[in-house]
Design a protein around this ligand. Structure first.
Ligand code: UDP
Length: 331
């Protein structure tokens, strides 16, 4: 029995591959390598370079490897880009996911795990958000993921396939063993940006607004360690294999940190100050987005191991240093 991981050369996908291999699973990765890296795929996994919407290719992979579960990470993830290129996002995230689900159904793959997002909720308040909160995506990105959730729901009602959709909050950090991490250039995510600034890869960074209705005026997010997220997927797989029903669950720690708290944590990890400037609000940012993660804890038996901002930041900074060495060796 093999697990097919789409997008397994990307940030979260490459952690998932290690998580599965560490648990003794056999893994095949399907990735176009448009944003992922061949070197990010664990050598014990089989890598196929190709598209998730290539029916023949995916069918062959499933049959040749006896795939009994698909974990689907491949997709586009840049929210502002989805605003300028909505049709590209609906094609890449929604249409291709539809084709992949169809292939899974046709080939009789019984389990499907989908990477969804907190962006399906739209602007949340300071209260942790539950799965039954109002669904109101504010970007084509969020909607492209929500539509995929709905397709899965309907496909699972009509066909012999069960699924888990995990709605990620702010994924950060890197493999504690330093095997992979967030490697895509031009990152916009706070922890990555702060680590790059600390290491001198950027001259300065900005805090996007300090006049929000939060305790220190900066936005609050629920940062979850990528290894804990990968563990949640592994548990979801176990649960589906044990006969568990389809499930949609949040993945976060249920508490938020402000932008200033994150930057302080990076200062502590780095040991020195770096240039942080107060800037304007970034359009589209909600004041706070925090998960209620009771469902994942209860249904998946998920107990996060790295629920600590300093741990997340330490691992992110360590990976940023490894990446510097990798890139200088390559140049
Ligand atoms: N942020 C910031 N400076 C940066 C990058 C992000 O102040 O250089 C803030 C951003 O406004 C948001 C929070 O950090 O409030 C998290 O942003 P990120 O892009 O990491 O994730 P998002 O929540 O937007 O998915």
């Amino acid at each position: 029995m093999t697990v097919l991981v789409t997008g397994g050369a990307g940030y979260i996908g490459s952690h998932m591959v290690w998580e599965l291999l560490d648990a003794g699973e056999s893994v095949v990765v399907l990735d176009r390598l448009s944003t992922g890296f061949e070197w990010a795929v664990a050598p014990e996994a089989k890598l196929v370079v190709g598209d998730v919407a290539d029916r023949d290719l995916v069918g062959r992979i499933i049959r040749d490897n006896h795939v009994n579960a698909i974990i689907h990470f491949a997709g586009s993830i840049v929210v502002p880009e989805s605003v300028t290129d909505p049709l590209g996002y609906y094609e890449n995230n929604t249409s291709k996911t539809r084709t992949l689900i169809e292939t899974a159904v046709r080939e009789g793959v019984p389990h499907f795990i989908f990477s969804s997002t907190a962006a399906v909720y739209g602007g949340a308040g300071l209260e942790p958000v539950r799965e039954d909160a109002r669904l109101a995506p504010e970007s084509p990105y969020g909607l492209s993921k929500l539509m995929s959730e709905w397709m899965l729901r309907d496909a699972a009602l009509a066909h012999d396939i069960r699924y888990t959709a995990l709605r990620y909050f702010n994924v950060a950090g890197a493999d504690p063993k330093g095997r992979t991490g967030q490697s895509t250039p031009g990152a916009t995510h706070l922890i990555k940006v702060a680590c790059e600034t600390a290491l001198g890869k950027r001259p300065f960074m900005q805090v996007f607004g300090d006049d929000y209705p939060t305790p220190d005026g900066t936005c609050m997010r629920d940062y979850i360690h990528v290894s804990d997220l990968a563990a949640a997927h592994r548990l979801a797989l176990q649960r589906l294999r044990a006969g568990g029903n389809s499930l949609v669950a949040n993945c976060g720690y249920s508490h938020g940190y402000s932008v200033l708290e994150v930057i302080d944590s990076v200062r502590r990890a780095f040991g020195h100050d770096f240039d942080v400037r107060m800037g304007e609000r970034r359009p589209g940012d909600a004041a706070a987005v925090v998960a209620n993660s009771e469902l994942a804890r209860k249904e998946l038996g998920w107990t996060p191991q790295r629920d600590d901002l300093d741990l997340i930041v330490n691992d992110a900074l360590a990976w940023e240093r490894i990446l510097t060495t990798k890139n200088s060796v390559r140049n």
